[in-house]
Ligand binder design. Structure first.
Ligand SMILES: Nc1ncnc2c1ncn2[C@@H]1O[C@H](COP(=O)(O)OP(=O)(O)OP(=O)(O)O)[C@@H](O)[C@H]1O
Ligand SMILES: [Mg+2]
Length: 223
């Protein structure tokens, strides 16, 4: 049984009663545990939409999305929130860090929601942040960190929460090529050490080349 299976998924956004955008058409793909997968494609091709559906942040217009054989498109919003909290880490621009909290507090945040106790939370978050070279920035508010440092904190938060799957929407956008390479390397390291499944989108050819498998989107279809 596939770890994640996207089956015959269509997504239509209604602008109003007349104008509709077909953002995704007939998407079929499967993802195995520990995959390191890239969703590539030009602007407007449907990358963010697909990641939002796989992350259960939105529902397809038709089609199904299975995790270990369970169809998540039929879950209630309460069950979905719980599912996201237990399973999925997001490195999304729109679901990013909390600016008024420090790097450490942001990294602890999902664990707090999960009910992990204070001591364990603190130790785990500190350990992970130090490991990715953010040991000197634990107590700095994230709006005073660079873009690359913030992306690293977002990856740390997902890792600390023991997400099985990390969805990252253009995680290297706005980073210089060296910082981008470092972030992908960090993701790969966690993929190999912890078996975390990664699905990330990008425009960047250099980033695509680091993936085990690339799904290329064009006008809402996989080509
Ligand atoms: N909330 C929305 N309402 C209406 N249309 C939307 C909405 N979100 C996305 N779209 C449309 O759906 C299509 C796919 O958008 P999407 O954001 O998934 O593309 P993308 O590949 O992530 O693009 P980019 O590389 O620019 O981030 C586009 O035509 C976009 O205009
Ligand atoms: Mg996008």
């Amino acid at each position: 049984m596939a770890f994640i299976e996207v089956k015959d998924v269509f997504k239509e956004y209604a602008q109003d009663a007349v104008i509709k955008t077909e953002a995704l058409k007939e998407i079929n793909l499967t993802v195995a545990k520990k995959d390191f997968i890239c969703i590539a494609g030009p602007s407007g091709s449907g990358k963010t939409t697909l990641l939002q559906l796989v992350g259960a942040l939105d529902k397809p217009t038709s089609g199904k999305i299975f995790y270990g054989g369970e169809d998540i498109t039929v879950l209630s919003s309460g069950r979905l929130a719980d599912f996201r909290l237990r399973k999925i880490g997001f490195v999304f621009q729109a679901y990013n860090l909390i600016n008024t909290l420090t790097a450490l507090e942001n990294t602890e945040y999902v664990m707090l929601l999960q009910g992990v106790n204070n001591k364990e939370r603190r130790e785990k978050a500190e350990g992970i942040l130090k490991k990715v070279g953010l040991g000197d920035f634990l107590h700095r508010r994230v709006n005073r960190l660079s873009g690359g440092q913030q992306q690293r904190v977002a990856v740390c938060r997902a890792i600390a929460a023991e997400a099985e799957v990390i969805l990252a929407d253009e995680p290297t956008a706005n980073l210089d090529s060296q910082t981008a390479a470092g972030l992908i390397e960090l993701m790969r390291q966690l993929n190999q050490e912890k078996g975390t499944t990664f699905i990330f989108s990008t425009h960047d050819k250099l980033v695509m080349d680091k993936a085990d498998k690339v799904f290329q989107l064009k006008d809402g279809r996989i080509v």
